[in-house]
Design a binder for this molecule. Structure first.
Ligand code: PLP
Length: 385
């Protein structure tokens, strides 16, 4: 994506031309950005064996999943539907790892029948799995009391989190596993999403490695996802090279004391696809009230819920006229029948006219995958460049 002749271009084609061809609202994904994000992780962490599983809840576009598969990624899934999508995109059962709270017995059975590696999330799941597949090998998700993330809703560790088996219940976990002769061969944790603080990340990994000593037969340790990306202009990107060095040091240190070399898994969602995605919308109305200017567009929180749901900031560019003229403070509003349907509140923007195409950036993760047909409006189209 770049600016040429004051318009936003994706390679050789302008956003205006993409919308002229495909219509709007339109999600545009750039394959090159997905590939470079994947390699930013794999080039930074030298520990082996190590696998990056794409947390496809972030984006289940078939082409996106196929690109990541082609680069060597595996899949992290949280529902049978995601497993099916992974199969369609060419992933094999052994390339998928699954974690989800509050599964039904039928869902656990479905996973067991397909030989999917599952990180069991509760003592109840361990007990049910034991009935379904006594004597089998299992992974378990732990809650070690450490959580982080960009919003309360995405902090998945700590006393208020519904996820994982609490670290204080390890004796009960071992007893529940022993009841049906289950062997714990995997540990999992995921502390939250969009973490830009490397120190919190390292604290969580080091704590998990410490706990791992209480599980003598581990074949894998799954450190979860959470690598963040900057959305606000003031946020600083993770230094992946630096973080990779710290992760390597902790893992090698662990291996020396643990006595074997388990596979390490990272379940990255946002980091791999966020910056690859742009939502193009068309300006349909400009309303100047005595108090505010509302720039209205033909999309809404049914297509990108993050601003309404988390108060998230997304950079927005006038793709038809990137700069020029004095900036004005406007709110960018969607067409959904709720007053919280704003993509941006009181944002300083260069001139915008009806018919312009606005590009909502960093929309590749938790964008289309969280879209709905609320207000009976169809979901937007997606294209992969
Ligand atoms: C269990 C699990 N793994 C991985 C992820 C991916 O997180 P992120 O997109 O922040 O990398 C999530 C996100 O919610 C998750 O719940």
């Amino acid at each position: 994506m770049e600016t040429r002749e004051n318009k936003l271009y994706f390679g050789n084609i302008s956003a205006d031309d993409l919308v002229a061809t495909h219509g709007s609202p339109l999600y545009v994904y750039e394959a090159s950005k997905i590939r470079s994000a994947y390699h930013a992780i794999t080039d930074s962490i030298s520990y082996k064996p190590m696998h990056v599983h794409f947390a496809c809840k972030a984006n289940t576009h078939d082409g996106v999943m196929r690109i990541l598969h082609g680069e060597g990624a595996r899949i992290e899934a949280v529902s049978p539907g995601e497993v099916e999508r992974a199969f369609t995109a060419g992933f094999k059962p052994e390339e998928i790892i699954f974690t989800c709270s509050n599964l039904t017995l039928a869902e656990l059975q479905w996973l067991a029948n397909r030989n999917i590696r599952v990180n069991l999330d509760s003592l109840g799941q361990v007990e049910k799995w034991g009935r379904i597949k006594p004597g089998s090998e299992i992974g378990v998700r732990l809650n070690q009391g450490i959580g982080a993330g960009h919003h309360d809703h995405v902090i998945t560790g700590g006393p208020d989190s519904k996820f994982g088996i609490d670290i204080a219940q390890l004796d009960e976990l071992h007893a529940a596993a022993a009841k049906n002769n289950l062997k714990i061969i995997g540990l999992h944790q995921h502390i939250g999403s969009n973490i830009l603080d490397a120190d919190i990340f390292m604290r969580a990994i080091d704590t998990l490695l410490e706990t791992a000593h209480q599980f003598p037969a581990l074949q894998y340790i799954d450190c979860g996802g959470g690598f963040g990306v900057p959305y606000q202009p003031t946020e600083i990107a993770l230094d992946m090279k630096q973080l990779g060095k710290r992760i390597d040091a902790s893992l090698e240190n662990f291996v020396a004391s643990y006595g074997s070399r388990p596979e390490i898994i990272f379940e990255s969602g946002r980091y791999l696809v966020c910056e690859s995605g742009t939502l193009l919308v068309t300006v349909t109305d400009i309303k100047k009230t005595p108090y505010k200017i509302f720039v209205g567009v033909n999309s809404g929180f049914n297509h990108l819920v993050r601003p309404a749901m988390y108060g998230s900031y997304h950079p927005i560019v006038n793709a038809s006229q990137v700069s020029g003229g004095p900036e004005t403070v406007v709110s960018i509003a969607g067409n959904i029948c709720e007053s919280g349907d704003l993509f941006a509140r009181n944002r300083s923007m260069p001139p915008i006219q009806e018919g312009n195409i606005l590009a909502i950036l960093n929309a590749g993760a938790y964008g289309f995958s969280m879209a709905s047909e609320y207000n009976s409006r169809p979901k937007p189209k997606e294209i992969l460049l």
